[in-house]
Every structure is written in structure tokens, then in C-alpha cells.
Design a protein around this ligand. Structure first.
Ligand code: ADE
Length: 231
């Protein structure tokens, strides 16, 4: 089995990269795909860059060029649920592109016209595994399951948090997960998105992000490595 692992930023993949045994690196369109083993499991690791399009390109390449069997996405997010704190973990049950807006045609926010699915379901077994590993490492009170929202926007305002909560009831917000989910849905690959919270998407979000991104990335890494033991 070959696992595809994606992170958006260097901070989110560097620790995994340092621990893997690298067999080869292939560059496609400026994205570096690191193939090798981590804890004895075959992986392809890639830093996709920020935003939905970058994430969609990298997931498509991972699946089409490397033929990975499953896709794991690891990284940081801003909390929307007020019960979730910095350093806590969110495992995706499903994902929505929150910036998709065809309301002019009568669609609800987040609905992609002419697609049967706009809320992409993560793989149940991967979700269960991620949840168990997260609880083992961080305790039940720090692990949340639910909808993750993605958009090409760094959320840093209470008004936007309220709108996202009221409209989609998401647990956290980030900039890639739903597009990875969208690609995996189209190409029929199991996936899960695991996010550690770097900020609370409010006015302090940018400062908190800078301060906590490393800690949150470390948390995500712990979960990915724990999951690898489960394969
Ligand atoms: N990633 C981490 N924090 C975020 C936020 N507040 N908005 C969007 N993406 C994020």
C-alpha cells in the first residue's frame, strides 16, 4: 500500500520529511514529491502550497502520477467552534468549500452547481483511525470530529466566524481540505483531513498563527505517525 501525505506549508511537512527515508524526489510543476518510507510504510509526501487550487493540483498528481491508495492531509486550521482551543485536533467527517457562492441562481452557499455532492465525506475507517490515534495522544477533550470548511481566505474576524458557524456549522476553517476532498471524491480515493488548531480565526488569528503554527504542525505529525502504525 502506498499512502499520499499532503501538507500546505513547509512547517507542516518538514518534520515528516526529516524522519522519512527518502528514495527519490520527483518535481512536477514546482511541487516536490518525496517518495520513500516512514516508520516502514511506503509514502509519497508533498508540500502543496496554500489554497484550494494548489491543493487540488497536488492531490490530483498524487493520485494520477503516483497512484497512491489513500490520501492523508495534515496541517493547521482556525477554530470556529468556541469549545475548540489552540493545540486541539479536528478530524474531518466531511468538508465544504465555504467560498463557493452560486446563490444568485438560488443555490445555498457552498453548493457547487451541477454536482451531486458538495459536502465531501471522509473515509470512515481513516476517520476512525485518526480519531483513535488523536485521543490516545491528546485525550478525549482535545479531539473534535465534524465538518471542516475550506476557502481561499484566512479568516480573522468574529463576524465571519459567526457567518461560517451559522451557515455551515463547521468546526474549523482552513484553505485546502475541501479541495483535496473534492479531488478524492472525483477520483474515488479514500481520504481524511487532520487539522491542529493554530488560532481561533478572530482578530488575533494572524499573531496566534505565527506563534502556534509549529506546535500545531507537531501535533498533526504525531497523528500521522500514529496512523502509519495502524496500516
Ligand atoms: N489556517 C490556520 N488558521 C486559519 C484561519 N484562521 N483561516 C484560514 N486558514 C487557516
Amino acid at each position: 500500500m502506498l499512502l499520499g501525505i499532503i501538507g500546505a506549508m513547509n512547517e507542516e511537512v518538514i518534520q515528516l520529511k526529516e524522519e522519512m527515508i527518502l528514495e527519490n524526489t520527483r518535481e512536477i510543476g514546482g511541487y516536490n514529491f518525496f517518495k520513500g518510507t516512514l516508520l516502514g510504510k511506503n509514502i509519497v509526501l508533498v508540500e502543496c502550497g496554500i489554497g484550494k487550487v494548489n491543493a487540488a493540483i497536488c492531490s490530483t498528481l498524487l493520485i494520477q502520477e503516483f497512484n497512491v491508495d489513500k490520501v492523508l492531509f495534515t496541517g493547521v486550521a482556525g477554530a470556529l467552534n468556541p469549545e475548540i482551543n489552540i493545540g486541539d485536533i479536528v478530524v474531518s467527517t466531511d468538508l465544504v468549500e465555504h467560498d463557493f457562492d452560486a446563490t444568485a441562481f438560488g443555490y445555498d452557499y457552498g453548493v457547487i452547481p451541477r454536482m451531486e455532492v458538495s459536502k465531501f465525506q471522509a473515509d470512515k475507517d481513516l476517520v476512525e483511525l485518526a480519531k483513535n490515534v488523536a485521543i490516545e495522544n491528546f485525550g478525549k477533550n482535545r479531539v473534535f470530529m465534524g465538518t471542516i470548511l475550506s476557502g481561499d481566505v484566512f479568516v480573522a474576524s468574529p463576524d465571519k466566524i459567526k457567518w461560517l458557524r451559522d451557515t455551515f456549522n463547521g468546526e474549523c476553517t482552513e484553505m485546502e481540505g475541501a479541495s483535496v476532498a473534492h479531488v478524492c471524491h472525483i477520483l474515488n480515493k479514500p481520504f481524511v483531513i487532520i487539522r491542529s488548531i493554530s488560532d481561533k480565526a478572530n482578530h488575533d488569528a494572524n499573531m496566534n498563527f505565527d506563534e502556534f503554527v509549529k506546535l500545531a504542525a507537531q501535533n498533526s505529525k504525531i497523528i500521522i505517525e500514529g496512523m502509519l502504525k495502524g496500516f
